[in-house]
Design a protein around this ligand. Structure first.
Ligand code: GLN
Length: 574
């Protein structure tokens, strides 16, 4: 139901709803959809995704249902084929869309459900317009950027918003920076939607940079130019969020407002913080950003309930100990490559009262002469995240052996679980060539392999297990202890599986098979016995972890690391 009537109006002093008011939801639903377009200027990496997510969190705190959409100007159809080295992690939604990592932020900050429809790329838009043109659906007309491409963008935004009938506000983040050639059709589509919806129903929020130059002076000129660039696209921003080293004073805000044709009260600061990005909803809230936004959108809303965010910050401030977790992977130089994993570790720290120090180790380093213990060092836990391809696999196996033999808590995610299987085959069962057929097709011990029916599929996309699926957990296992239930739904993104041919030998040698698909045809989780906490799962629990509700597996892994005896967690101030 739309927002105007969903809250308890009598609480707000509006009295009882009249029959006419009760009918309004449908009318409002048809005519009064609220849009917020978030764009960025000056340069990239200002935190546009986080700003859009924080706005979503604030509106949810006001009792509204938000739908978050990302428009990516790149020509790739989706992020599935992009290298994590260059583009960061591929975020996977419940319905198996391989999307930009910003969607991960949306899910961590808001509770709105995301699907394929929430990620719109230039590649998808052109693909579908060209297909329609080939089918003759444009009736012989010349197919152009305006209106055909922009109409396709608009249709996609509206259809994503339509997926949940009770959506109140649609927040559309436009990737890239104003002035980029690629962003122009998206900004034009936004301009048209703002124009068609009316100013009260659609807003532009623009994020810019206020740099500090030598002498400590803040410079507003780049922001003025950025807003001019927006105006050239036909969009007058309604709200400005200025990324600055510290909170802008009234005089600076007034100056910015004067030069950008805005009201001073609509100029906000996203200042540099050394705590956590999850403080940003509260930073905006304390500047009354949500109030200004709702006023401009003409939305009556209930009192803000940001209790979960304040409680989360309290947990952040109350963390007592520090635990060191080694992340042994292959895309270590770019933080964004394992973004959801790092975030999930942080969330787990909030719930277990510890600050997680992440020690990032490129697994190829473990393949040289330097002793493993020296490289991994004094850590309290080892995590091997997902990955594709052969490089660095031997180093990961070394890390798993080290964690298993030294009884260091271990979490293996997807590839990290496959590494556990390979390691067990090689070192416990004594099969030196135990491997995944992804890395060695001719091994005599293919302990990880494709399913038979996948073997002849040539198209890569056709063999990938993607998106949400059910796992059934066995009693008396670490995984059941973590989830406190026996049926769970988590997200997958992989091709290879625990090879069923080896189930018996693995089991008999002491590996615990702790979860299966409902038909028991695939192994979803394995655990080390005779070990404090060693577990691998074929799915990616990091995608569903939130700052206000950590993934149960990450939580228990970090708790085990905190409680491990050797080496002990150190006090935060040490
Ligand atoms: N490369 C492995 C597979 O395809 C693991 C994938 C992953 O870790 N996401 O099965």
């Amino acid at each position: 139901m739309p927002f105007q009537l969903r809250q308890n109006r009598s609480d707000l002093g509006f009295g009882e709803e009249t029959d006419l008011q009760k009918m309004r939801p449908w009318i409002l639903y048809l005519y009064m959809r609220k849009f917020i377009f978030v764009s960025g200027g000056v340069c990239s990496s200002l935190g546009k995704g986080v700003a859009a997510s924080a706005i979503g969190a604030l509106l949810e705190g006001r009792g509204l249902n938000v739908c978050m959409i990302k428009c990516d100007p790149y020509i790739n159809v989706d992020a599935g084929t992009m290298s994590p080295h260059q583009h960061g992690e591929v975020f996977v939604t419940d319905d198996g869309a391989e999307t930009d990592l910003d969607l991960g932020n949306y899910e961590r900050f808001t509770s709105g459900k995301l699907s394929k429809a929430n990620s719109i790329t230039t590649g998808q838009v052109y693909e579908s317009v060209i297909r329609k043109e080939r089918e003759g659906r444009y009736l012989g007309r010349c197919v152009q950027v305006i209106p055909h491409i922009t109409d396709e963008i608009k249709a996609r935004i509206l259809s994503a918003a339509q997926e949940n009938l009770d959506t109140d506000v649609i927040i559309v983040e436009i990737g890239g920076t104003v002035g980029d050639i690629e962003s122009i059709p998206f900004l034009e589509a936004a301009r048209q939607l703002i124009n068609e919806s009316g100013r009260n129903n659609a807003l532009s929020v623009h994020l810019t940079l206020i740099p500090e130059v030598a002498g400590g002076e803040l410079k507003t000129k780049p922001t003025q130019h950025s807003v001019k660039a927006m105006q050239e696209q036909g969009i007058q921003p309604d709200l400005l969020i200025c990324r600055a080293p510290y909170l802008l004073d009234e005089a600076t805000r007034r100056k910015i407002a004067l030069f950008t044709n805005m009201e001073t009260e609509a100029v906000f600061t996203s200042f540099d913080i050394d705590t956590t990005i999850y403080a940003i909803p509260l930073i905006f809230f304390e500047q009354k950003l949500d109030q200004v936004l709702l006023k401009k959108l003409g939305v009556e809303s209930r009192h803000a309930d940001l209790e979960p965010w304040y409680a989360m910050m309290e947990r952040f401030n109350n963390r007592q100990k520090k635990v060191k977790i080694a992340i042994v992977g292959k895309y270590m130089e770019l933080h964004d490559a394992y973004k959801s994993v790092y975030e999930a570790l942080f969330h787990a720290g909030l719930e277990t009262g510890v600050a997680v120090e992440m020690v990032k180790i490129d697994s190829t380093r473990l393949e040289g002469a330097e002793p493993v213990a020296q490289i991994i060092g004094e850590v309290n836990g080892v995590l091997i995240p997902g990955g594709f391809g052969q490089r660095g696999i031997w180093g990961m196996v070394q890390a798993a052996t080290w964690a298993r033999c030294n009884k260091i808590p271990y979490l293996g995610i997807c590839l990290g679980m496959q590494i556990m299987i390979i390691e067990w085959g090689r070192h416990v069962l004594g099969w030196n060539d135990a491997d995944s057929t992804e890395f060695n097709h001719d091994t005599r011990h293919p302990v990880v392999s494709l399913l038979e029916e996948q073997e002849n599929v040539k198209n890569y996309g056709g063999t990938m297990r993607l998106g949400k699926s059910e796992s059934v957990l066995e009693p008396e296992t670490l995984i059941t202890q973590a989830y406190k239930t026996t049926h769970i739904f988590e997200r997958h993104r992989h091709r290879y599986e625990f090879s069923n041919v080896y189930r018996k030998e693995m089991l008999e040698s002491g590996l615990r098979l702790a979860a299966f698909t409902p038909d028991r045809s695939l192994v979803e989780c394995i655990e080390w016995t005779d070990h404090p906490w060693g577990l691998g799962i074929q799915f990616h629990p990091e995608f569903k972890s939130k700052p206000t509700a950590a993934s149960p597996l990450f939580r228990d892994f970090v708790a085990a690391a905190r409680d491990s005896q050797e080496p002990t967690g150190v006090a935060l101030n040490e």
